[in-house]
Design a protein around this ligand. Structure first.
Ligand code: ADP
Ligand code: MG
Length: 248
């Protein structure tokens, strides 16, 4: 039986932080609902990548985290799957009613990236629903073409997950169309790019709308000083997972 340290060494995973949960060796081990395992399998995702090996259990535990891993290393699944699991857990405890939700949001620096991430989140939700689990509703808020007619009906029924660009979500929050009263999870994808594009004010304004304790996750391929300073301000006792010494 390999120790945590041996598993991390094998995958070149560097971790920092207190009480870090053990890495996983397989998706099966995580006890995901069967439709999720099927969804992964059908996407050709058979074994977790290094960022998933350590990042998924950390995120599922509810910890704040920084995930650093190179492009193409599977970061999207690392933060999307824990969001879907959180939404499922909430929905099974107490079904969402109209005007309620989301439980979590993912922020992306561009519309295109938001669209791709939204597809991944919806993909897992659709497999769950087809597998007999409750419907989890997701909306994409990216401005321009996210015509209100597309997501107003969903907001009226209650929403579980939102994928957005910061400017657009911030507008919707400030105009009261969306609230974060029950929201517990926020992930920034491509955090370095997000800060370079000057989104920090909007991101902070979004965070100020939270009423519940917030689990915050920052993902990036690099960790420039600006990113580290931002992280220090918004994260609480984070776990840092750095794969392949990206950005070191
Ligand atoms: P990143 O955001 O880290 O640059 P992505 O999350 O966009 O990378 O993933 C890149 C590609 O790898 C996607 O097509 C995704 O479906 C695929 N992928 C993700 N996880 C795995 C895995 N464990 N095994 C095989 N392919 C994977
Ligand atoms: Mg990515």
């Amino acid at each position: 039986e390999e120790t945590r340290a041996q598993l991390r060494d094998k995958w070149h995973i560097l971790v920092e932080g207190e009480n870090i949960v053990a890495p996983i060796k397989s998706f099966k081990e995580m006890k995901f609902p069967p439709p999720v395992l099927q969804a992964l399998d059908e996407k050709g995702i058979k074994r977790p990548t290094p960022i998933q090996v350590q990042g998924i259990p950390v995120a599922l535990e509810g910890r704040d985290m920084i995930g650093i891993a190179f492009t193409g290393s599977g970061k999207t699944v690392t933060f999307s799957l824990p969001l879907v699991m959180l939404a499922l857990e909430e929905e099974m405890k107490l079904p969402v009613v109209g005007g309620e939700g989301p439980f979590g949001i993912i922020l992306c620096p561009s519309r295109e990236l938001a669209r791709q991430t939204f597809e991944v989140v919806e993909y897992f939700c659709s497999y769950l629903q087809r597998g007999g689990y409750p419907e989890l509703r997701c909306i994409l808020c990216i401005g321009g073409e996210d015509k209100r007619t597309q997501f107003m009906p969903i907001l009226q029924r209650g929403v579980h997950c939102i994928v957005a660009t910061p400017g657009r979500l911030s507008d919707l929050l400030n105009s009261g169309k969306i609230n974060l009263d029950v929201c517990r999870y926020i992930c920034l994808d491509e955090g370095d790019r997000m800060l370079d594009l000057g989104f920090d004010e909007e991101v902070r304004s979004i965070m100020n709308h939270f009423k519940q304790q917030r689990q915050t996750l920052l993902f990036s391929a690099t960790m420039p000083q600006k990113f580290q300073d931002f992280a220090k301000n918004v994260l609480v006792q984070p776990v840092i997972v750095n794969v392949g010494r990206a950005g070191a």
